[in-house]
Design a protein around this ligand. Structure first.
Ligand SMILES: NC(=O)c1ccc[n+]([C@@H]2O[C@H](COP(=O)([O-])OP(=O)(O)OC[C@H]3O[C@@H](n4cnc5c(N)ncnc54)[C@H](OP(=O)(O)O)[C@@H]3O)[C@@H](O)[C@H]2O)c1
Length: 414
């Protein structure tokens, strides 16, 4: 699809996007709501009748937990307005939140909790990441400790170590999880695949999950921008009788936008499936295949890259994010629309069996076995690096580097 084809769509988008741009300046509560729901959604109010979103968005500051219609199915969701700051601080007034791991998730979630005024300590082994924590204001012996010391001191233990290392350290961690504590994860992995990880939490401990739908960098960046990342949450064990409300409060404390309920099992299946599929694995496969066909037919790297990646990420995907695929289809030229309508089904039919295989492989634990095995080998980083080098040094992504440098906003940068 050429840029020319989308000129009309982009002009329309620029006009239609204005209200969204203005919304960015509004308080985060309203904005996350606008982003969480489609324009056509009807909101069921507690007083029992449905009205159109357009009528109620301006008065949404004080709404409570709500059940919304997601494409015909009802789901209950929670937002920041459900856990005002006072409620968050009150919920954890007697707690020490120990965040284990200062990797992308640990860092993002810990900094957001700290900025929200919650009492946070970090458990991180010494090295590069530990130094970064010090640079970002964590003080050894005060709120920065070796991992097991932090487990011992924490009443809420947020396990944000790598999934492979969670398994390794579990035998030493388990005795420190005394009754009354809370064990938190951002992935259902360790619990759901317990036959492989051997992670079985002790009695008397709440076991909960908040899984941000994005990298820890985005968790932090959106929070700093007054926005929020969407997260799922789940309760695996409710020993205290208050696990659910504490999970929701913690989820908002780490910077979630809106939160939807799941189970540990559904979280891990959908997460492993999604990242291997459309989020990363499938998209790289599609980019690569399209690029190769264009190159094999005599198109230049610049042309092949622009038609495959640059136009997608810089123009179309952000518009799909803002307005949806239906809007994208109905706002392109009729030539583009005809082609897209004819071809999405063959792509769907070709890829669905692959997605079905993938889901099976996630559900039967094969993906987990592979991941634990490969990522616990002593030289796992070097081996990963070798495979990553293959992608980095492929023509498509070397071309991408040059194309990115040519963006006007990058002029003069390396
Ligand atoms: N990445 C995402 O998009 C995402 C989204 C939602 C949830 N999650 C979940 O969040 C959790 C953390 O993920 P992450 O993305 O932040 O990073 P990660 O790379 O999975 O984990 C990084 C942390 O684990 C520590 N670690 C790894 N191996 C270790 C070892 N042998 N000894 C001691 N510490 C070790 C790292 O310390 P060093 O830096 O010193 O190695 C670092 O603190 C995982 O459960 C993940 O599934 C991730």
């Amino acid at each position: 699809m050429s840029s020319r084809v989308f000129a009309t769509a982009l002009r329309r988008a620029a006009t239609m996007a204005r209200p969204t741009v203005m919304a960015a300046a509004r308080p985060a509560v309203k904005q996350s709501f606008v982003k969480a729901a489609t324009v056509s959604i009807k909101y069921k109010l507690s007083i029992g009748h449905s009205i159109n979103s357009k009528q109620i968005v301006p008065t949404m500051q004080s709404r409570g937990m709500k059940t919304l219609d997601f494409g015909g199915s009802k789901e209950t969701v929670y937002e920041r307005s459900d856990v005002p700051k006072e409620k968050l601080l009150d919920t954890f007034k007697n707690d020490t939140i120990a965040v284990l791991g200062y990797g992308p998730q640990g860092r993002g979630q810990a900094l957001n909790l700290r900025d929200n005024g919650v009492n946070v300590i970090i458990g991180q082994r010494e090295g590069k990441t530990y130094q970064q924590a010090i640079e970002e204001g964590w003080v050894p012996g005060k709120n920065l400790f070796p991992v097991l010391d932090a487990v011992d001191k924490g009443t809420v233990v947020m396990n944000l170590l790598s999934d492979a290392f969670q398994k390794e350290i579990w035998p030493q961690m388990k005795p420190l999880l005394t009754p009354g504590k809370t064990l938190y994860f951002s992935h259902g992995f360790s619990i759901v695949y317990k036959d492989q990880t051997h992670i079985e939490p002790p009695e008397g401990v709440d076991v909960i999950l908040v899984a941000p739908k994005g990298s820890g960098f985005t968790v932090r960046r959106l929070f700093q921008e007054g926005r929020g990342i969407n997260s799922s949450f789940a309760v695996y064990k409710d020993a205290s009788g208050h696990a659910k409300e504490r999970t929701i409060a913690l989820g908002i404390g780490i910077g979630s936008g809106y939160m939807y309920e799941t189970t540990f099992e559904k979280e891990v299946y959908s997460d492993l499936f999604g990242e291997r599929g459309v989020l990363m694995g499938a998209i790289q496969g599609l980019f690569q295949a399209q690029y190769e066909v264009l190159r094999a037919n005599g198109h230049s790297p610049s042309e092949a890259f622009n038609e495959t990646v640059e136009e997608a990420t810089q123009s179309l995907y952000p518009l799909i994010g803002e307005r949806g695929m239906d809007w994208m289809y109905s706002n392109c030229s009729t030539t583009a629309m005809r082609g897209a309508l004819d071809w999405w089904k063959p792509f769907h039919d070709a890829s669905k069996p692959v997605f079905e295989d993938l889901y099976r492989s996630v559900k039967d634990g094969s993906e987990t076995a592979r991941s634990l095995d490969r990522n616990s080998q002593p030289d796992y980083r070097e081996k990963l690096e070798e495979e990553l080098r293959e992608i980095r040094e492929s023509e498509i992504w070397r071309t991408g580097k040059t194309v990115r440098q040519l963006r006007p906003e990058n002029a003069g940068k390396n």
